[in-house]
Unconditional design. Structure first.
Length: 387
């Protein structure tokens, strides 16, 4: 077994073991990928204050996210097509999250269905939904999530239209994927991945095929995905989702203070500062730069979480110190999953936890819940002085 000391180690193994089209799907952004890059690089602009001669014994990274006890303020983000990165990927990732004690969020566009994950885990998981036109399908999604004991839904509000991702277009990565001679040839070189996929029955979008109107098999999926998303989404529609679900709702995709306030008015119990990992509007601010303004806008009315760009436990520490109640990792756990399956997800979480724990200690804190901005050196104008 390789020695894993950082998330980058997992990414390198992941790149070797997973077909190029699925690697590129995870490791890319839209257009020029400026926002994709800056989501991570902007964390490097924030420095930590080292403290010495303080008691570092009996440390704790335990916290809560939306009332749920967590081993550290980290959740696995909703990632579409996870089951194509590794056979039964959503189940494996959910199991790793459960054992580690952090939330797992299942994407609507997952390969394994809500029922698949519920049947193979015991811990409740969160369920992410897109803003789709079909009320009947949406209500049945909510009902299925409720039947699976999902305690909260995550409504993604930044995907009314799809950002252009050059690599996906060139690789034929769509729903379902369009296989070419080149992509098939590449898949044939990924023996371990291929054997895993041959050994599972879960290869298509389990929450869609057989559930959405007119989608009885993978061949009919392309038409559905082209027409399902609602470009006319507004805040009244978000309020409707809250009523349809009638439970805790997290709104994901907030990057501006006014939208944060509107999300609170629409009934959000938490909001996620996120630019979709740089996969939608390229040229937008990084999530960590946008965080302070949004915290100022909503105060303590709702929990504010952060997604996009986290690749280390130090990134988690910086986000929490700036005021985020929780953070999400998508690519970091995907690297682990593609590299080594469930064991790889566990390894990613272990890396993040160790980095968070040790860095917190060096900054003079024993409890993650006491960490605040006093441990940071933030450059002037980091959050912007924009016209």
């Amino acid at each position: 077994m390789p020695v894993i000391t950082e998330i980058e180690d997992l990414r390198r193994i992941y790149k070797r073991r997973v077909p190029k089209m699925f690697y590129d799907y995870a490791e890319s952004g839209s257009w020029s990928e400026q926002t994709f890059r800056e989501n991570s690089s902007d964390f490097d602009k924030i420095y930590l204050r080292q403290r010495v001669a303080v008691d570092m014994d009996n440390r704790s990274t335990r916290s809560t996210m939306l009332g749920q006890d967590v081993a550290m303020p980290v959740a696995l983000a909703p990632v579409g097509l996870t089951g194509m990165q590794c056979a039964d990927g959503e189940i494996k990732a959910a199991r790793a999250a459960e054992k580690f004690g952090v939330p797992f969020t299942l994407s609507t566009m997952s390969i394994c269905s809500i029922e698949d994950v519920a049947e193979n885990t015991t811990a409740p998981f969160w369920f992410q939904v897109y803003t789709l036109k079909d009320d009947d399908f949406m209500q049945r999604l909510f009902d299925r999530a409720r039947a699976a004991n999902c305690p909260a839904i995550v409504v993604t509000v930044d995907l009314q239209v799809l950002g252009q991702r050059h690599k996906d277009l060139k690789n034929g990565l769509s729903a379902p994927p369009k296989l070419t001679a080149k992509s098939v040839a590449n898949m044939m070189t990924k023996v371990q991945w291929g054997l895993g996929m041959l050994g599972t029955k879960r290869r298509f979008f389990g929450n869609i095929v057989g559930h959405a109107k007119g989608v009885k098999d993978p061949s009919s999926l392309h038409t559905w995905t082209a027409e399902a998303f609602d470009p006319s989404l507004d805040w009244e529609r978000i309020k409707q989702f809250k009523k349809m679900w009638n439970g805790p709702m997290i709104v994901k995709g907030i990057m501006e203070a006014e939208d944060a306030r509107r999300a609170v008015e629409a009934g959000a119990d938490a909001i996620i500062v996120s630019n979709h990992g740089g996969r939608q509007l390229d040229g937008a601010l990084s999530s960590i730069r946008a965080l302070p303004e949004i915290l100022d806008a909503v105060g303590d009315k709702v929990e504010v979480h952060l997604d996009s760009g986290i690749r280390s436990g130090q990134d988690v520490l910086k986000a929490v110190a700036m005021g985020a109640k929780g953070t999400y990792v998508g690519r970091a756990f995907t690297y682990g999953l593609g590299a080594m399956g469930e064991e790889g997800v566990t390894s990613a979480l272990e890396v993040l936890h160790k980095e968070l724990d040790i860095s917190m200690a060096f900054c003079g804190h024993r409890d993650i819940q006491t960490v605040d901005r006093s441990i940071l050196r933030i450059p002037r104008g980091f959050s912007g002085d924009w016209e």
